[in-house]
Design a protein around this ligand. Structure first.
Ligand SMILES: [Zn+2]
Length: 542
C-alpha cells in the first residue's frame, strides 16, 4: 500500500476501532497470571490470517507456485484467487462482527475443547457464515472462471484415476452443494478410479480445501479451529497460540509492486487485540515488521510501538526472503525493486537497526521465517537472506541487543532452518545448532515439519537430520513447538500435528522434562512470560 492510502486508512478509522478494549463485552475475562501458569503447551509459530490480509494473488503465483510447481493451487487462476479474497472479511468487518459477540467462555477449563468448539461454531458463528461464504466463492468461481474450477478439481485426480464420478461426488461432498457438482464437467479420457488412488485424492483435496477455507474465514474462526484441532485434542493441551501476521506488501505484486491488500496493517493489529480478549488470551498475535514500509512511511514506527505497547502483541514477525537481510543488505537486491527506486542496502540496514532498538527497548522477541524458501519469483538469492550467516552478522554488529545470558532481543529462526524442506541441503539446521552455543538469543521451532506427516522415507530422513541437529542440551533448551498452521493445513494429517511432533520427540529419546521444555517452557522464556518477564507484563496489561 502506498503511504497515502495507508494514512487514509489510519485517518478513516474511528477512534473506537483503534482502541484495544473498548469496554469488555459481558463475560470477557481479563488476563490473569493464573491463565499463564495453567498452560502446558504453546504454539509459538502459527497463523490465523485470511485472504484480506495478504496480497493473495501474488503470494500464490509468485511464492507458493514458484516454490512448488506441482502445488494444488496451480489450477487456480488470478480470477479465482481474487474471488476468494473478495469473500474474506476485512479486519474492520471482523471488528464489527466481534463486537456483537460475547467470548470464548466455553474454551476455558473445558473437558473437551473440540466439542466446545463445535458448540461454539453452532452458537456463536451463524451456521451459514463460513461454509456459505466458501461455497458461494466456489459457485462464483465455477461461473466466472470455469476453467479454474474444473481444472482445480480434476487435476487432483491422477491421470489413471480421473473419473468424472469421483470429481463430481468430491465437489459435492467437500463443498456440500449439488449445484456445484452439476457444474463439474467430466474430462474426456477419464477412467474409473481405483479405491486407493481415490482415497489419496480425497485426502489431498480435503487438505487443500481446508487450507483455502482459512482464506475466507473470520480470523477468529481460524483461531477457534486451530485451538480446537491442536488444543485439548492433542493431549498436550496447547493453551496459548501466538499467530504471526505477515506484511508481504511492497515486496511482491504487480507492476506497481503492490497488490491492494484490503485490510491495513493498523486494522489487523487493532483486530488482534480484540481477538486476544475474545479468546480469553489464548490467542496473542505477533505484529509484522516490514523494513520497506518503515522506509517509505514515517508513521510506521509509531504504529509498531503501539503494537508492542497498547495492542499487546507478544512479538514481531519478519520475513527476510521477501528481499531483505537482518543486517548487511546487498545494494543490488533492493535496487532491483522496480517499485521502490532509490532504496539502498544501507537504508534497509538502518530500518532494521531501528527495529532492533525498538525490540530491545520493549524486550520483544522476533520470529523470523527461517528456511531457504518462499522468496518471490523463486529467487534463489533472496531465499538465503534469512539464513544463519546474515543473522550472525546482526548478532555480532549489535552486541547490546543480542549478546549475553539474558539478551534484550531473542530471535527464533522458524522451521529450524528448513530442516524438513528441500532446502535442507543448505545445512542451516546444523549451522544454527552451532550458532546457538555462542548466541543465547537464538531459538528455533518445529513448525512445518511436513516430512513427519508424510511418513515413510521422508519421515526417516527428517528424523535422522533432527537426531543430529537436536543432539545437544543447548538446542533442546531453545527449541519451541510450533505448527505453522494455517499454512500447514494444506498438508494431509495437519490436524494431528502436536501428536506427530510428540511422537517424533519420543523417537529422539526425549523424556518428559525435555518435551515440556519444547512444548512450553522454552516459549515462556522466549516470549518473556515467566514471572517477572516483560512479556508477562505485556500479557497481563491487555
Ligand atoms: Zn509461518
Amino acid at each position: 500500500m502506498e503511504r497515502r492510502s495507508f494514512l487514509a486508512g489510519m485517518a478513516g478509522a474511528s477512534l473506537a476501532s483503534l482502541v484495544p478494549n473498548p469496554g469488555r463485552a459481558a463475560g470477557i475475562l481479563p488476563a490473569t497470571a493464573g491463565m499463564l501458569d495453567a498452560i502446558r503447551g504453546v504454539d509459538a509459530h502459527c497463523h490465523i490470517f485470511n485472504a484480506s490480509d495478504l496480497p493473495v494473488t501474488s503470494f500464490v503465483v509468485e511464492v507458493l507456485l514458484k516454490q512448488d510447481p506441482d502445488s494444488p493451487f496451480k489450477r487456480l487462476g488470478h480470477k479465482a484467487l481474487r474471488i476468494l479474497q473478495r469473500r474474506a472479511p476485512s479486519a474492520r468487518e471482523e471488528m464489527k462482527w466481534l463486537a456483537g459477540r460475547t467470548h470464548w467462555a466455553t474454551f476455558t477449563g473445558s473437558a473437551s475443547l473440540m466439542r466446545d468448539a463445535q458448540t461454539m461454531q453452532a452458537t456463536e458463528v451463524a451456521p451459514d457464515d463460513t461454509d456459505a461464504r466458501f461455497r458461494d466463492a466456489w459457485v462464483e468461481i465455477a461461473e466466472e472462471d470455469p476453467e479454474s474450477f474444473n481444472a482445480f478439481f480434476s487435476d487432483y485426480a491422477d491421470t489413471q484415476a480421473k473419473s468424472a464420478a469421483v470429481i463430481r461426488s468430491g465437489a459435492q461432498d467437500w463443498l456440500g452443494s449439488p449445484d456445484l457438482a452439476q457444474m463439474v464437467r467430466g474430462n474426456p479420457g477419464m477412467v474409473n478410479s481405483i479405491a486407493e488412488q481415490e482415497l489419496r485424492i480425497r485426502g489431498k483435496i480435503k487438505a487443500c480445501l481446508a487450507f483455502l477455507k482459512t482464506f475466507v474465514r473470520y480470523r477468529y474462526e481460524n483461531a477457534l479451529t486451530l485451538s480446537a484441532l491442536h488444543g485439548q485434542a492433542s493431549g498436550r493441551r496447547i493453551g496459548l497460540f501466538t499467530p504471526a501476521m505477515v506484511d508481504f506488501d511492497l515486496w511482491i505484486g504487480s507492476e506497481e509492486c503492490s497488490e491492494t491488500v484490503p485490510s491495513s496493517i493498523s486494522d489487523q493489529i487493532a483486530l488482534a487485540a480484540r481477538i486476544a480478549t475474545h479468546s480469553d488470551q489464548k490467542i496473542r498475535c505477533l505484529a509484522p515488521f516490514n523494513p520497506l514500509r518503515a522506509i517509505v512511511d514515517p508513521d510506521y514506527f509509531p504504529l509498531m510501538e503501539k503494537a508492542a505497547g497498547e495492542f499487546g502483541c507478544l512479538g514481531f514477525k519478519v520475513y527476510p526472503p521477501m528481499g531483505f537481510a537482518p543486517h548487511g543488505n546487498p545494494d543490488g537486491l533492493v535496487r532491483n525493486l522496480s517499485c521502490k527506486k532509490g532504496i539502498t542496502g544501507a537504508m534497509v540496514d538502518e530500518a532494521m537497526e531501528r527495529f532492533f532498538a525498538l525490540c530491545a527497548r520493549e524486550r520483544i522477541p522476533i520470529l523470523a521465517h527461517g528456511s531457504p524458501t518462499n522468496a518471490p519469483g523463486g529467487d534463489a538469492v533472496k531465499a538465503l537472506l534469512g539464513g544463519p550467516n546474515y543473522w550472525e552478522r546482526a548478532f555480532k554488529k549489535f552486541p547490546t541487543y543480542f549478546k549475553g545470558s539474558d539478551p534484550a532481543v531473542k530471535v527464533c529462526i522458524g522451521h529450524f532452518g528448513g530442516v524438513s524442506t528441500k532446502g535442507h541441503s543448505h545445512g542451516w539446521a546444523g549451522r544454527l545448532a552451532e550458532l546457538m552455543k555462542e548466541h543465547e538469543c537464538l531459538y528455533v521451532d518445529t513448525s512445518y515439519f511436513e516430512g513427519l506427516l508424510a511418513g515413510g522415507s521422508a519421515a526417516n530422513d527428517l528424523m535422522a537430520r533432527l537426531r543430529q541437529a537436536m543432539g545437544s542440551a543447548i538446542v533442546l533448551e531453545r527449541t519451541m513447538y510450533g505448527s505453522d498452521w494455517s499454512m500447514l493445513a494444506q498438508e494431509v494429517g495437519a490436524d494431528s500435528y502436536p501428536t506427530t511432533i510428540e511422537k517424533a520427540l519420543d523417537g529422539l529419546g526425549l523424556k518428559e522434562p525435555a518435551k515440556d521444555a519444547i512444548f512450553y517452557r522454552n516459549a515462556y522464556r522466549f516470549y518473556g512470560l515467566q514471572p517477572s518477564g516483560k512479556g508477562r507484563e505485556r500479557f497481563l496489561r491487555n
